[in-house]
Write a protein that binds this ligand. Structure first.
Ligand SMILES: Nc1ncnc2c1ncn2[C@@H]1O[C@H](COP(=O)(O)OP(=O)(O)OP(=O)(O)O)[C@@H](O)[C@H]1O
Ligand SMILES: [Mg+2]
Length: 510
């Protein structure tokens, strides 16, 4: 074994009932290295790392810390071996400050808080974090909360940091900041494991990439000697083509017409300012914007979830061409008209899925809410659950298996699949592929295109410009709650869209 090994796993196996989540995995994590852990949804990444952080214990195999065999029974044990994990769901107390959260549960908790503030500041200065120790958690953005979680594990002396999909909830700018901090930590000799599905990030941040497939360890490659295509093939086990078909729909017709839409939040801040555009059936309209530019409010206005100050949202009924004003209608009514939303929230289980129920029951839940009765016999939801299971390759032992026990990405597949399967006329999606592996992301893109070719008006709020440019027909760019332009996705460039996202006065499509 090399002497710079921080942690070594040998023959680790973990089973949940009949599911073998990790099958005799051996892996070496080195000091001064950033290792990406890559694998499809449900391939066992989180489970493996949870055994290092003391959440689970292996059924078989051994763990070595600095060459010594160790047993990790609890997160506290993990800290004593210098291991700290930043989970996807944060465990912070809202009413406490950053510093209070950082020392929560420690023996020196009662210690002088000003001294803690100082020490927290020291850690922040050392690695380049930007956080005020006295800020209350409820005032923080997601990225600031994440920073608190990272500083918390550093404060506890972690030399091995494990981050489970830390960038899934960050904007590209916040991701860059996080990566700068990770590089500083690496230079300081820390060992870092990062789980991410975004291959561009894998290429940008890691020294090595370890790949898992269906619970098995496939191998580790040097990042500088690989590329996204090779990594995908390794993950999936056979060659895959990564391109998005963009067929044209004959004769797209207006389906939603928005005029002068303006809304303000509870504090009186204008979130959408005189927004006007048309979404056509048979078209994917992309929405590109920096986080917090009004994209969330736009979708919420369209589904009746956000109060509107002025303006109109007209829904044009397919075939009859009749116009219906959506402003003022209850969310349920809007849904019944055929406006569906596959909104993928930060908290997947909070949004319309019941964790203790299986896929089938969760399908029924959606259709009950919808007020439709066709699903009242169990056969249909079961068929639907099976279809989603097949089409999106959901990793679960059965359609009755509690959703809560599925891997993060697989929960997401259920959520998105269910929305698409409800056959809406307008399909609104926000961050539909967040947390999904690359193969499944492409499956989702294909499903959206399939919907478009059926004449559905698809609105796709996305984070990755490359995808927006490849998938959409037109792109609506928002900046500070205003429309800065609508461009043809087939002819525009990343630079043009990027510029419009940060400044108004972009070009308007005729
Ligand atoms: N507590 C649990 N009970 C039963 N099965 C579980 C439990 N935790 C994980 N599993 C199963 O173990 C397998 C691996 O899940 P894991 O969460 O490690 O995947 P992952 O690689 O992190 O996926 P994702 O990219 O979707 O987050 C999945 O089949 C999952 O359903
Ligand atoms: Mg996971």
């Amino acid at each position: 074994m090399q002497d710079n090994s921080a942690i070594e796993l040998r023959g680790i196996t973990k089973r949940f009932g009949k599911v073998v989540a990790n099958d005799s995995i051996s892996l070496n994590i080195r000091k001064g290295e950033i290792l990406s852990l890559l694998g499809e949804n449900g391939s066992g990444k989180t489970t493996l790392m949870n055994m290092l952080s003391g959440i689970y214990q292996p059924d078989e195999g051994e763990i070595y810390a600095e060459g010594k065999r160790v047993t990790i029974r609890s997160p506290k044990d993990a800290y004593s071996f210098g291991i700290g994990m930043i989970h996807q769901h944060y465990h912070l107390v809202d009413v406490f400050t950053a510093a209070q959260n950082i020392i929560l549960g420690l023996e020196d908790e009662k210690m002088d808080i000003s001294k803690t503030n100082e020490e927290v500041k020291k850690i922040c200065d050392k690695y380049g974090f930007d956080i005020n120790p006295e800020m209350k958690v409820y005032d923080m953005s997601v990225s600031q909360k994440q920073t608190v979680e990272i500083v918390k594990v550093l404060y506890r002396g972690a030399d091995i940091l494990i981050l489970d999909e830390p960038t899934a909830v960050l904007t590209p700018q916040e991701t860059d900041k996080l990566f700068a901090v990770l590089r500083n930590m690496k230079a300081d000799g820390k060992a870092i494991v990062i789980i991410t599905h975004k291959l561009a990030e894998v290429m940008a941040i890691s020294d090595n990439v370890a790949v898992l497939r269906k619970g098995k360890y496939i191998g580790t490659v040097k990042t500088c000697e690989t590329n996204p295509q090779k990594l995908t093939d390794m993950m999936v086990g056979h060659a895959v083509t990564l391109n998005i078909d963009r067929p044209k729909y004959d004769n797209p017709q207006p389906r939603i017409e928005i005029k002068g839409l303006t809304c303000v939040d509870a504090e009186g801040i204008t979130k959408l300012d005189d927004v006007s555009f048309t979404a056509n059936g048979g078209e994917i309209l992309g929405v590109a914007a920096i986080a917090g530019s009004g994209q969330k409010e736009l979708l919420e206005c369209m589904t009746g979830l956000y109060p509107i100050k002025s303006g109109s949202i007209e829904y044009i009924v397919p075939e009859s061409g009749e116009r219906k004003e959506l402003v003022g209608l209850a969310p349920m009514k809007i849904r019944q008209l055929g406006v569906g939303m596959a909104f993928v929230p930060e908290d997947r289980l909070g949004m319309g899925l019941v964790g203790s129920m299986g896929m089938t029951n969760n399908m029924m839940l959606r259709s009950w809410k919808n007020g439709k009765s066709i699903f009242f016999n169990r056969k249909n939801p079961e068929e639907l659950a099976k279809r989603i299971w097949n089409d999106l390759e959901v990793v679960t032992p059965s359609t009755e298996f509690p959703v809560r026990r599925m891997s993060g990405g697989n929960i997401q597949k259920v959520l998105v699949g269910r929305e698409i399967a409800s056959e809406p006329n307008v399909l609104l999606t926000a961050y539909a592929v967040r947390g999904l592996d690359i193969n499944t992301s492409y499956a989702i893109y294909n499903l959206l295109t399939e919907q478009k070719m059926k004449g559905v008006a698809v609105i796709y709020v996305g984070e990755e410009l490359d995808v927006l440019l490849e998938l959409c027909d037109r792109i609506l760019v928002l900046c500070g709650g205003k429309v800065s332009g609508i461009v043809d996705a087939r002819t525009t460039t990343k630079e043009e869209v990027g510029l419009m996202m940060t400044s108004l006065g972009g070009k308007e499509e005729k």
